[in-house]
Design a protein around this ligand. Sequence first.
Ligand code: SAH
Ligand code: SF4
Ligand code: F3S
Length: 481
Amino acid sequence: MYQENDLDKIDIHAEPPIEEPARQYYFMAKCRKWVKGFEQRNGRLPKSCVLNFGCQMNARDSEKLRGILREMGYAEASEEQADFIIFNTCTVRENANTRVYGRLGQLKPQKKKNPHMMIGLCGCMMQEPEVVEKLKKSYRFVDIIFGTHNIFKFAELVATRLESDRTVIDIWKDTDQIVEDLPNERKYTFKSGINIMFGCNNFCSYCIVPYVRGRERSRDPKAIVREIEKLVADGVSEVMLLGQNVNSYGKTLDTPMTFAQLLREIEKIEGLHRIRFMTSHPKDLSDELIEVMADSKKICKHLHLPVQSGSTNILTKMNRRYTKEQYLNLVEKIRRAVPDISLTTDIIVGFPGETEEDFEETLDVVRKVRYDSAFTFIYSKRTGTPAAVMEDQIPEDVIKNRFDRLLKEVQAIAAETCAVHEGTVKEALVENICDHDPEMVTGRLSNNLLVHFRGGKELIGKYVDVELSECRGFYYIGAMR
Ligand code: SAH
Ligand code: SF4
Ligand code: F3S
């Protein structure tokens, strides 16, 4: 294992090492020298800011970038104050892209005023060739552009930029490489996301993720366990195992292993209190996994199980590879094994060809499953995906109408399912001071719901028993027991 704090011993005048991650530590050391020079010239450290626009995997990648920047010696700052701003982008829906262009436009005048300023762009959007073309043409003030497959090379790209005046663009089409043991900076001291796999092989017909994140690759289980052990030693008690389809974990390993087997290994880690994971694809959710969830003391009582649509016809066109009945049977099986589990989902409205009857099927699933909450999305056409060229794209007004009806149904049911726990006492992990009231803290229950209750910052990171006095739709007001 590489020692992060040995950076000063690296001879930056020698040739860079070939192997990873040693090569990246060499470039971090080089950048650190530049940072020291900056400090001498300007009487202060350069400041950086990493913003992420996407999912939890994107957020985790941002933590890795922050960790590398910290090793280089950068201080953290807000977007307005930063000398180096990095946008970690998402492209799952068109509006994610629009937001990035909007924010980028706002940075141009800021960059003119601040001669030190650098702008970096990375993440899923950068894996689309049209995006990079547009940036090269219309956003020439961007300094560094890289993609999802070579994010581990961040230090090297920064060093290259600091040594030349040209925009550094490095995008890989795909990779089979997983670089372990790079630094990272956690947002919370007591909980952390952990990648267990990268990429996706499912090719749901609407989804761009397999094109921008590449083929499915699982991390070595020993590296995962070692990382969690290290985190636990560092104060983490809750982990979120991350992958686009965690239920197919392990298939590509030299010695294949199932996700359920991995969970059993992680369960053994002493000092670890809670295990979460996302996302589960219904087609790969095994009986073995249900059994492990039922037996486990640490796996949280929450399962995010995206249904996308309730219509078998649409599910087929989406290439989801399950039917409405199979999904409902799966839900029943899970509920039987883990009765108090909270279920959440993702739903897309307005997929090409979706009829009123198809949509009614979705409402039917929502009513039958009674989700604790659901993320509802308007279908967004992604160039290059099979659904983008399907006939029968649905008019905007029809989609809007269905979306509103679905949201109303989802919210009404969520409020009812949330109210079921009113009056009970449950264990909460205190995450932060309540956003709306400095006298209160916010804790997360095993079922992923939030509870606000009177308390101070000394409780942050601790597990406390809280009475859920009052349900307010999708959260509680409670009192510590
Ligand atoms: N791998 C996860 C989800 C990744 S994307 C899974 O399979 O469940 C998160 C969610 O975004 C998806 O579940 C889906 O509901 C939504 N989504 C993906 N592509 C979309 C698109 N083109 N338009 C609208 N929503 C989309
Ligand atoms: Fe996209 Fe489907 Fe893969 Fe999820 S499983 S990332 S929705 S292709
Ligand atoms: Fe977006 Fe990429 Fe995640 S497209 S949803 S950031 S995998």
